[in-house]
Design a protein around this ligand. Structure first.
Ligand SMILES: [Zn+2]
Length: 132
């Protein structure tokens, strides 16, 4: 079972994903290596140890949020590439139906069709709309 994407479309999407992944890794690299890096690392460790993110100062918290968002996006990219490799790309992980092509073009890491995504967001509003 595979999606109706043509080989050419898959190739374009794969290139986009690899590009996105490279950019994200670069961003995270900068975030880790810039002058804040050590503080962010420390703040993350402390926040983790104490279970209290409020202990980190605001600046570090913002960097942390950026970095964890980027790490999340990297994971999504890797999963999308994995699905491409497995021939599962473009199929909704929720219902198995094909994801709308326009949706994939707009967001190549999409793993759910529009209706499953809406359901997911209704069930877990915090996951997709982090409050900040
Ligand atoms: Zn679905």
């Amino acid at each position: 079972m595979s999606s109706s994407l043509t080989a050419a479309q898959e190739k374009i999407i794969k290139a986009e994903l690899l590009d996105l992944l490279a950019n994200l890794r670069e961003d995270v690299g900068h975030e880790l290596h810039d002058q804040q890096g050590e503080r962010v690392h420390q703040a993350m460790k402390e926040a983790h140890d104490m279970g209290d993110e409020a202990s980190a100062d605001l600046e570090s918290t913002i960097n942390l949020v950026n970095m964890s968002r980027h790490l999340h996006e990297i994971k999504e990219c890797q999963e999308a590439l994995q699905r491409l490799t497995n021939g599962e790309y473009g199929l909704c992980v929720g219902c198995g139906e094909e994801i709308e092509l326009n949706r994939l073009k707009a967001n190549p890491v999409s793993s759910r069709c529009l209706s499953c995504q809406s359901k997911e967001e209704q069930q877990h509003p915090d996951v997709h709309h982090a409050s900040l």
